[in-house]
Design a protein around this ligand. Structure first.
Ligand code: GLA
Length: 673
């Protein structure tokens, strides 16, 4: 069962995201990884989609609801022009499923739904074209589209449907995979390619068979882009799972033939703005199509700021057309680098984890030639710095620092880059004090002058420096280290609280610069001694692919409390956690616990579906894991030694195949302290 056609509510719950221990070890220097060479694959010689398509598609915001109609499409086209998105490169306004009536007319022609599109599709195309934009449409390479109402598909009607689209003035076709009657995918998609070509109209051709037949291996001269995964949904877990499936396909992308990890969810409300910036950053560094999936008529200023970030868009649209490649991903700390036409490199430091992490690489590791110094442009802060070669940052939970690094004779006009960090554990019990150390490290070739640092906490907290907060000069590679005592008020409720670290400094020529790092502190309670059931203990944070993490039941995908009794291999359990991949549940163990045990597997409620893998982490170390478990397998026992850990994290991954049906149970999970 594919979720999309059965669910209208999708919610994700993220508890307090605690900042964990920040790594302070020396620079990680991944070995030089040569960017994968694009294989010499044939491409469509029509000059279309030489950079990844940009535009809008209604599906992620409306599905088939009534607000998908002519007014919406026109409204989006208006906003593309009025809000500067057209100028930013957004061009295609695309209609998804449900634009047609369920039956063809007497001549076998498709009929637009007269309620949604009273003027027909041609009129909408004319409107969109008059604004200098292009129109896209949707159908399926099957007898019917994906929606259960059963709208007509193009299988067996390829030439007449393609001609009808061309006659309407359609510029883009998304061709789905439902109801395909088992006909060979290559044949189905190639027939439509030929039918589109026969119309003589330039039409971008988007293959949407969800990666089932590995289109990256055969479709470079069939379509201009191909979906690589199942459908995205508006949750961190879904986005992350798709990201991980699309990243390894980098060698197959290039001008006119792109990997498509599905449309953007930015602005739809199920992720934080930090997470949406990560989504947009990672789609851009993967040279993915940028199809806006939120109803811009209701979008916030923050949503427009993300979608209109032209420095990030320039990474996506770079004419060299390389998809970024993964240089390292240890412990959820991802470094992805993309070669740009001007010789620079876009570099994403992406933090998959629920706590702030230091992520680092070097100019050499991302493929830049040796130089005394480089210019490093921060694409979200829109500021330039100089670096002696280190590219590194403390990246907030689920955040991405996206930079563009180049060999630049003018590097010295920029102030030095500094890296902010906070060492020590920001997990405190109410009324207690945590000792933390801030660092302001000069990554530049030039010294940082007149450096000063502040740390601020929420109302009622005491934050006091016990060593100097300023210094005249921090030379290259050195740091200003400051000790802090951070006290949570007595009676503070458990949960997550904001801390902000700020540094200000000057370049040797007096240019002022500032750096800000948003962090989290958490008020925690010590774990009870003895053996406790994890289904009953308070957690520090959770992330989950569908719906919230459930206590003592399975995961029901939507609202809290909608699960069933945890059941694995026919055995029912009264205690445990019911989660949905991708998932992480963190507990504060305060160095007082020894073991975690559980019986794990895919809940019986999913019939024959679902594949997942379980991991247990003690702070930054994976201390136990299973292989990929399927629904057919009985419960598997897992035991982890968590001695000395401040935080224990229970992780479920998607087993490498997307999160569909991945109902995972930590049955009878217990913690001994
Ligand atoms: C499939 C596609 C989605 C969307 C729906 C419409 O699920 O993968 O992107 O087009 O069909 O029914």
């Amino acid at each position: 069962m594919r979720h999309l056609h059965t669910r209208t509510t999708r919610r994700r719950v993220v508890g307090a995201l605690a900042a964990g221990l920040l790594c302070t070890t020396g620079l990680m220097t991944p070995a030089f990884a040569a960017p994968a060479q694009e294989p010499a694959s044939p491409t469509l010689a029509d000059g279309l989609a030489l950079t990844p398509p940009m535009g809008f598609n209604n599906w992620n915001s409306t599905h088939c609801r009534a607000e998908f109609n002519e007014d919406m499409v026109k409204g989006i086209a208006d906003l593309f022009v009025d809000k500067g998105l057209k100028e930013a490169g957004y061009q295609y306004v695309n209609l998804d499923d449900c634009w047609a009536l369920p039956s063809r007319d007497a001549n076998g022609k498709l009929v637009p739904d007269p309620v949604r599109f009273p003027g027909g599709i041609k009129a909408v195309a004319d409107y969109v074209h008059a604004k200098g934009l292009k129109l896209g449409i949707y159908t399926s390479a099957g007898t019917k589209t994906c929606n259960s109402a059963g709208f007509p598909g193009a299988l067996g009607h390829e030439y007449s449907d393609a001609q009808q689209f061309a006659d309407w003035g359609v510029d883009y076709l998304k061709y789905d995979n439902c109801n395909n009657q088992g006909v060979d995918a290559k044949l189905r998609y190639t027939t439509m390619r030929d039918a589109l070509k026969a119309t003589g109209r330039p039409i971008v051709y988007s293959i949407c068979e969800w990666g089932e037949n590995k289109p990256w291996e055969w479709a470079s001269d069939v379509g201009h882009l191909w979906r690589t995964t199942g459908d995205i949904s508006d949750s961190w877990g879904s986005m992350l799972s798709i990201l991980k499936q699309n990243l390894p396909l980098a060698p197959h992308a290039g001008p006119g033939h792109w990997n498509d990890p599905d449309m953007l969810e930015v602005g739809n409300g199920g992720m934080t703005d930090t997470e949406y910036r990560s989504h947009f950053s990672m789609w851009s560094i993967m040279a993915a199509p940028l199809l806006i999936g939120s109803d811009l008529r209701k979008a916030s200023a923050a949503t427009f700021d993300i979608l209109d970030n032209r420095e990030v868009i320039a990474v996506d649209q770079d004419p060299l057309g390389k998809q970024g490649t993964v240089l390292s991903s240890e412990g959820g700390r991802w470094v992805v680098a993309k070669e740009m036409k001007d010789g620079s490199r876009a570099v994403a430091l992406f933090n998959e984890t629920g706590s702030a992490q230091r992520i680092a690489t070097t100019a050499q590791a991302v493929g830049l030639p040796e130089a005394d110094a480089y210019t490093l442009r921060d694409l979200w802060r829109h500021k330039g710095y100089n670096t002696a070669g280190t590219i590194s940052a403390t990246v907030p939970a689920h955040g991405t620092v996206l930079v563009r690094v180049s060999v630049d004779p003018q590097w010295a006009k920029n102030p030095p880059a500094v890296e902010l960090g906070l060492d020590g554990s920001p997990l405190v019990e109410a009324g207690r004090t945590a000792s933390l150390t801030s660092t302001v490290t000069d990554l530049g070739r030039t010294p940082a002058k007149r450096v000063s640092v502040t740390l601020s906490g929420p109302e009622g907290w005491t934050v006091a420096a016990t060593s100097p907060t300023g210094t005249g000069t921090v030379p290259t590679g050195h740091a200003l280290r400051t000790q802090w005592q951070v006290t949570a008020p007595a009676g503070a409720a458990t949960g997550s609280y904001d801390l902000t670290l700020k540094a200000s400094y000057r370049s040797p020529t007096g240019v002022r610069a500032e750096s800000v790092l948003p962090l989290k502190a958490s008020v925690v309670v010590a774990p009870p001694s003895g053996v406790s059931s994890l289904g009953d203990l308070p957690w520090l944070s959770t992330t989950n692919g569908w719906g919230p993490v459930e206590r003592n039941t399975s995961n029901g995908e939507s609202a809290a409390g909608d699960g069933h009794p945890i059941t694995l291999g026919g055995v029912a359990y009264t205690k445990g956690l019911g989660v949905h991949a991708e998932s992480a549940v963190e507990y504060y163990t305060g160095k007082a616990c020894e073991t975690v045990t559980a019986d794990v597997g895919v809940d019986d409620e999913k019939g024959a579906k679902g594949t997942v893998a379980f991991e247990i982490w003690a702070d930054g170390t994976k201390v136990a894991s299973t292989g990929v478990l399927t629904n057919a397998m009985p419960a598997q026992p897992i035991t982890a030694d968590v001695t000395g850990a401040q935080v224990v994290r229970l992780v479920v991954t998607d087993g490498g195949d997307g999160i569909d049906s991945d109902h995972a149970d930590w049955a009878d999970a217990k913690l001994s302290c």
